[in-house]
Design a protein around this ligand. Sequence first.
Ligand code: SF4
Ligand code: SF4
Length: 424
Amino acid sequence: MFKKRIPLVSGKSESIFAVKSGKPFISRFQLTRRQRGTIFSQFVKLITITEAVLKDIEKSIVERKDIQGLFDALKKRGYQISGPTLRDNAVIYDQISSIDELPIGWTDTQEKGNYRLTKGNKSSLFGYVVGPYSWKRFLYPPERKLMEVKREGTGFAVVKEEEAITKQAFVGVRPCELSAIAIQDKVLMEGPYADASYKRNRTNAFIVAVNCLRPGGTCFCSSMKTGPAATKGFDLAVTEMIEPKRHYFLVEVGSKEGSDVLKDVPNTAAGTEEIQTADKAIQKAAGKMGRSLDMKGIKELLDDGFDDGQWAAVAKRCLTCGNCTMVCPTCFCINVEDTTGLTGQQAQRFRKQDSCFTVEFSYIHGGSIRTSEMSRYRQWMMHKLAYWQDQFGLSGCVGCGRCITWCPVGIDITEEAGHYRKKG
Ligand code: SF4
Ligand code: SF4
């Protein structure tokens, strides 16, 4: 709680504004209309200034030469660090332990069915856009053993395996990916059937988000309101600033743990100019999105277009390869597979990532219910943009653009959604 005495213009009376739990109240009245107006405008000014001051306090500067200190601080606390690195001509996410393993100096160009690494600013650590991997690889791995049994006499015994609890730190999480993680949290941790393994991984995760200053050709987070700035869901959020004579990181703290980690990294308080420069760079990025998707009423438009001929037209191109579901950071469908050893002495049960593009995915007793390519493609897109809203009250798409980039035939969810809007 803070209090501020505000002198009134006429001096007839004086009131004290107090802000408690974010709500203002006036202790004494007897005010003219004009006085009330003055108080209100001064109050708004006061709140604005206070917010700006608080924002400034929470932002720090870490110089490029000190950024390895962030990795060291995380390692000191027992975190296993995963972040972007180069492999197979792409930026992927894997375990790393030093900033030297980041894709320094690399960027990428992305378009429908096209991804190419190119040389970017030779100093940049985070100059690329999202690649084919997402953080679900670590939080909700594509394959996980659920149980194992061994024969014992005429019966069997369950082999008990304690899952190692690893503290994971994710460095380089993009704002759209924070939203994707929040969606998976809702799907996998809320409700009566929370996924225990996901919950464990998620609870122990430390997130270093990186704001986007150079969106890719297939990005549309701005229209989905999921980027290009990280607003919540991180422990630390970083904006990489490269100026002619200076390379530094503006760091925002998002949690107590984030604040503790930052204390171990050499840093200084950010000045207003540094904050404003970074804000402007992010705003500029928002205006440079490769694509956009208007979500207003999209569910109703797709519902109405359920029998539209466009589904069949797209299905003629769709290979039903499932790439779009594999790369999507929010897709969560799985299958459960059992295997039995040849000698019959042991059996294992695995959870494996699955895709709605396979015929087997919709298998129920007697056969599959989505046998045509069209029905599978329609199910995928309608789930993302319409059914997800029915199920979870939110969009299943965060605008990362991966499904557009990694679709071998260049099917574009923004273009397809646009078809139903034009028609509607
Ligand atoms: S839409 Fe593209 S990526 Fe998805 S299944 Fe069809 S061909 Fe594969
Ligand atoms: S549907 Fe496509 S653009 Fe949307 S979150 Fe999934 S991969 Fe990204």
